[in-house]
Design a protein around this ligand. Structure first.
Ligand code: ADP
Ligand code: MG
Length: 261
């Protein structure tokens, strides 16, 4: 059941947002309303502008034109420190600090925010939330598997209790089994915490499984905007159709194989 979350996550609004790099229009006049508490997947081929779009929400990239609002507030006028605390950011190969313990890696946002009290307790709570054993707190980052490091990345992003999570191919570098279980656990976290989540993935199967709304990007534009059910029933455009065809063909192949045995 996709229960309606008691959203603490903010609504996001993009108004005619573009970003150019020389002659390249990485993002081309995108307007978008994302409801509080939704789980949105941004899908598309490499170079279609997904990461650029995501980074304009947390101001890692500034738009060449247009504006981005979080809970009605223009990110351009928000205090960048406050903004960063309100937005969790997880990306591929999360880049934990190798010479720091897991506890310090998780608490780094709290440390930067000058929060001194209760950091240890918060780290323990976060380890539990991402289903890592508490003993991991004192380990060094390089002593963890890729999947465990990504869990730490999620814990770190959640440390300052953001309402919005931006995830850029967060599970992309993991083996399929680890990836699947992490994705499922993240989805549960999203619902439990009432987050607004935007995830970038090139994997349509992952998007169909995770999100309640899927945006298909191509050439910096949003070519389809649909629920997983709508995407699967077709008629939402060639770009979306091409991406859905892949998991569909894989599923058909598996069914055909299983009938032979
Ligand atoms: P995606 O995440 O979908 O793979 P990106 O948003 O990374 O796509 O890139 C979209 C387009 O913008 C690509 O053509 C890419 O080469 C270009 N681009 C992205 N970032 C930069 C940059 N910092 N400088 C120049 N071109 C960039
Ligand atoms: Mg990208």
């Amino acid at each position: 059941m996709n229960s309606v979350p008691s959203a603490s996550g903010p609504a996001i609004s993009l108004k005619n947002v573009s970003r150019e790099y020389g002659a390249i229009k990485a993002v081309d006049n995108v307007s978008l309303e994302i409801a509080a508490g939704s789980f949105v997947a941004l899908v598309g081929l490499s170079g279609s502008g997904k990461s650029t779009l995501l980074k304009m929400i947390n101001r890692l990239v500034d738009p060449s034109a247009g504006k981005v609002l979080i809970a009605g507030e223009n990110v351009k006028v928000a205090d960048p420190h406050v903004l960063r605390r309100r937005i969790g950011y997880v990306f591929q190969n999360i880049g934990l600090f190798p010479h720091m313990t897991i506890a310090r890696n998780i608490a780094i946002g709290l440390e930067l925010a000058g929060e001194k009290n209760g950091r240890r307790e918060r780290v323990m709570e976060l380890l539990e939330l991402v289903e890592l054993p508490k003993e991991m707190a004192s380990r060094m980052a390089h002593q963890l598997s890729g999947g465990q490091q990504q869990r730490v990345g999620v814990a770190r992003a959640l440390a300052t209790r953001p309402g919005l999570m931006l995830m850029d191919e967060p599970f992309g570098a993991l083996d399929p089994v680890t990836r699947d279980s992490l994705a499922g656990q993240y989805k549960a976290l999203h619902e439990k915490l009432g987050l607004t989540t935007i995830i970038v993935t090139h994997d349509m199967a992952e998007a169909l499984y995770l999100a309640d709304r899927i945006l298909v990007m191509e050439g910096g534009q949003i070519k389809a905007d649909a629920t997983p059910a709508e995407l699967l029933s077709g008629g939402v455009g060639d770009e979306a159709e091409a991406l859905v065809a892949i998991p569909r063909a894989q599923a058909a192949h598996l069914i055909a194989l299983s009938k032979k045995t």
